[in-house]
Design a protein around this ligand. Structure first.
Ligand code: ATP
Length: 260
């Protein structure tokens, strides 16, 4: 069997602070294969962002191991890229200047980076806007620009932490679809953390449900919606599948959300 791209082995995480100790994660175990898209859902405070912080080497597990390509994560790795809720584009830079920011900070080959950024912006439909400033773009376009900036660093793994939650509903649906398609086409391994169950189901190959804090893996669902060509339907089309609403109900039940 090949080595998984990402693996959590019996991972526990305790935070220690002035207010005392918080057990955020307990005995987390799962693996993600190369090119797989996995969503993680769970109630607020169950440790979703903590999982991402562990993966990008910002914190170390209290117990167990976090592995990328079979190697323990001990520091931030250039192979891991992010997309966050706030696009964090620099308003005083053009879209192209934003897209090359990563290589510029890392001291990479700027000619190659610029060529890569131009290609990405063209692919993401932003060619005409590359000399615009971020405030001249819509929310969805800004997220595509943020994705180009992340991809310009050529990461193998993408961590998506609520990347669409600042967008209005319609934009959110279409940008999730577009970005999901881009990530698949480019063969990246992706982990999406979201509170939006339909989004989690529509975008992923697998959905991992975490229990309340301390977060544990409560359920894992493999997603396979049938489609005419035998290929996975886009995130948008997946929402039409008969199995979709059944899966939504199951995950909703597992989250044990109590509405007063
Ligand atoms: N730096 C920290 N120091 C102490 N406790 C922390 C720290 N970061 C997170 N926690 C605690 O760890 C638990 C998990 O936090 P985390 O942010 O990972 O949850 P989450 O599932 O991402 O939440 P949300 O969905 O609300 O963003 C929470 O109880 C939180 O208060």
């Amino acid at each position: 069997m090949s080595t998984p791209k990402i693996e959590f082995r019996h991972v526990g995480l305790h935070y220690f602070g002035p207010q005392g100790e918080t057990e955020a994660l307990r005995d987390i175990g799962f693996a993600v294969e190369e090119g797989e898209f996995v969503s993680i859902v769970g109630q607020s405070g169950c440790g979703k962002s903590t999982l991402l912080s562990l993966l990008c080497g910002l914190i170390r597990p209290t117990s167990g191991e976090v592995l990328i390509d079979g190697e323990p994560v001990t520091a931030p790795s250039p192979s891991v890229g992010f997309m966050l809720q706030q696009d964090s584009l620099f308003e005083w830079r053009t879209i192209l200047e934003n897209a090359v920011l990563g290589p510029e900070i890392r001291g990479g080959d700027m000619r190659a980076a610029r060529a890569r950024a131009e290609t990405l912006l063209r692919r993401y439909g932003l060619e005409e806007f590359k000399h615009h400033r971020p405030d001249q773009l819509s929310g969805g376009m800004r997220q595509r620009a943020a994705l180009a900036r992340t991809m310009c660093l050529e990461p193998d793994i993408l961590l998506l932490d609520e990347p669409f939650s600042a967008l209005d509903f319609q934009t959110r649906l279409s940008i999730a679809d577009e970005i999901g398609n881009i990530i698949r086409r480019e063969g990246k391994t992706a982990i999406l953390v979201t509170h939006d169950i339909p989004e989690a189901i529509a975008m992923a190959d697998r959905v991992i449900v975490l229990s309340r804090r301390p977060g544990r893996v409560k359920a894992v669902h493999s997603i396979s919606f049938p489609s005419a060509g035998g290929e996975r339907p886009s995130a948008f089309k997946a929402r039409d599948a008969e199995e979709f609403s059944q899966l939504f109900k199951t995950v909703w039940g597992e989250l044990e959300v109590h509405v007063e």
